[in-house]
Design a protein around this ligand. Structure first.
Ligand code: HEM
Length: 381
């Protein structure tokens, strides 16, 4: 059978069984969507083809991320509390988002094969188009829980785009960060009249700090004593910032912390007891959320390095921002949605100081599902 005969046979099978590859994927639309502006201006720059394909590939992956994020958000939005039978599904999808982001971080390198001079040849045709106007990117940021102050950087002539972005995102929808915060607040074991994890944690922090303080008294020389005292004071200030609710709230107000105090307690508790069967999946979820945050930051970093290489650090962006300098500012901690999870390690205790679980809480967390429905009954009563 020659090639032509094989195509004819495939077409026959298509009409009998359904559709062909190209039709199913609507490749006619996707593959005809690369319009080189340099070609339109009769000065074709071949690398513009790569530039368009790269952006389109990004947008397709953004679409998949949004699709999976929507599913995760819907599951977390359950007012009865997270249905435990869904946690594996959440982990599967978070993990997929992590893997896609890894591809997106690496993909920057393909575009770096274009030289700045080639880019200069067609950049002028793009203005004012910019990745800054990627509504899907903004949507991902918003669904994750980033506050979108940067929108004000859009140029006045782009205000319509700004409106479009706002209209497309329902203001009242809770972000993943807000939903995770609500979920963490329900961590079993936090109740003051039950296991009272926080009461036990504070007591053990006190013993730990006493141990450090006593170590300063044992120092043999003044110099050693000063060093130990400075170390003690630094540790004390760190723990105070989490045990003193007022201090915590002032940090939240300054934007240096985000979660409500109870949610932070839940995250610390899950981190301590992650080996308990009922806490191991919640712990995986926390790790994956941090992976997402770090990969978005890594993407921002790779992108900004590429931008500097292509347009330098003095040119304005086609979207109207200060370009390189604006993008550099997005690498700061303010752009980490799950910053509190990254900082958890500062509040951990050495193993010997972790409050042991009582048999009651052990059985409680092994009956987590029943516990959640009981709590809901209690609060609605
Ligand atoms: C030659 C390659 C590229 C250059 C020179 C470039 C340049 C820039 C600049 C200067 C900005 C700041 C906004 C402005 O335009 O004023 C920006 C933002 C952005 N670019 Fe690119 N970009 C490139 C490739 C890409 C690619 C491949 C993507 C993939 C989708 C992308 C996505 C974005 C996004 C999402 C933003 C907004 C970032 C934020 O506000 O945090 N860019 N880009």
């Amino acid at each position: 059978m020659d090639t032509q005969q094989r195509i004819e046979a495939a077409k026959l099978t298509e009409s009998e069984n359904g559709m062909l590859y190209g039709e199913y994927l609507q490749l006619d639309k996707i593959l005809s969507a690369q319009r080189l502006l340099s070609e339109v201006h009769k000065a074709t720059v071949p690398d513009e083809h790569l530039f368009i394909i790269t952006h389109q590939a990004y947008e397709l992956w953004f679409k998949q991320i949004i699709f999976d994020l929507d599913w995760i958000i819907a599951v977390f939005s359950n007012h009865m509390g997270l249905d435990e039978s869904e946690t594996l599904g959440i982990i599967k999808r978070l993990n997929r988002i992590v893997l896609i982001l890894k591809v997106l971080v690496e993909q920057v390198m393909v575009l770096e094969t274009m030289t700045p001079l080639d880019f200069m040849d067609f950049r002028g045709y793009l203005c004012p188009a910019s990745g800054f106007q990627s509504m899907q990117f903004r949507d991902i940021e918003k669904k994750l829980g980033l506050r979108l102050e940067n929108k004000s950087l859009l140029k006045p002539c782009d205000q319509n785009k700004d409106k479009e972005i706002q209209e497309n995102s329902k203001e009242n929808d809770l972000s993943l960060a807000e939903l995770v915060e609500r979920w963490l607040e329900r961590t079993p074991g936090l109740e003051e009249n039950g296991f009272n994890f926080w009461g036990k944690y504070k007591k053990n922090v006190e013993s730990l700090l006493n141990m450090y303080y006593n170590a300063t008294l044992d120092a043999k020389t003044d110099c050693e004593k000063q060093k130990r005292m400075a170390d003690y004071e630094r540790r004390k200030a760190t723990f105070d910032s989490v045990t003193d609710i007022k201090l915590h709230e002032s940090l939240v107000q300054r934007g240096e912390r985000r979660f409500r105090h109870k949610a932070l307690q839940g995250a610390i508790m899950i981190t301590f007891y992650r080996d308990e069967p009922r806490f191991s999946q919640p712990h995986q979820i926390l790790m994956l959320l941090m992976d997402i945050d770090s990969l978005v930051t890594k993407w921002r970093y790779n992108h900004v390095i590429m931008v500097q290489r292509m347009i330098g650090s003095q040119s304005l962006g086609t979207g109207g921002s200060s370009g390189y300098h604006y993008l550099r500012s997005t690498l700061s901690d303010r752009y980490k949605v799950f910053l509190d999870l990254f900082n958890l390690s500062s509040y951990l205790l050495p193993r010997g100081y972790i409050p042991p679980l009582s048999s009651q809480i052990r059985s409680q967390i092994n009956l987590y599902k029943d516990y959640i429905s009981q709590t809901n009954d209690d609060t609605s009563a």
